[in-house]
Design a binder for this molecule. Sequence first.
Ligand SMILES: [Zn+2]
Length: 213
Amino acid sequence: MRKYIIMGVQGCGKGTQAKMLCKAYELAHISVGDIFRWNIANHTKLAARVQRLIRQGELVSDEIVADVVKSRLAEHDWNFGYILDGFPRNAVQAEFFLESYDIDAVIHIVVPDDVVRERVLSRRLCTGCGLDYNLIHHRPRKKDVCDVCGAPLKQRADDTPSAVADRLQTYHEKTAPILDLFRRKELVLEVDGTQPAEGVYEEIQTKLGLKTA
Ligand SMILES: [Zn+2]
């Protein structure tokens, strides 16, 4: 049984890594964001509760998030283990988790702030088909035009320098205490997230002891 948490700032590529690991080792990818999105798409009671809170200008409480994770883990469809993605988001959630569950490792994909800023500010989205572009790694053949459908590309409204700075600050404020907590239990593996995805994946496998050299 392999039980991991994957962490890293937005744009660090943790979703891609989680998917690769899950496929190779038959782990369940438990993405809290995906669970919420699924609930909203399927108009569940949970979605109604969350949307009511958001309408009232409140944040989704730690209890709701913890309940979602608990009930997802209670499905026990993870015979070989799981990777938890998007949880915990703060020290309270991390403490709750460690009280009730044990974990083998926390994979922390480290990307310096200036690299995150560069990656996020170079993102473009097709206004027609929704395809993602990146002016560094995946630039369109014709400037600001989608290769597939020919519609114009645009930047996401919240991909501005000040919004990125805010997100980075919030991320560091929230995750520093979580990482401290997990480090005290010697669970954290730091992985260099500036490498190409295959390199990140190799480093994760090596550090988790999944690969015999
Ligand atoms: Zn397109």
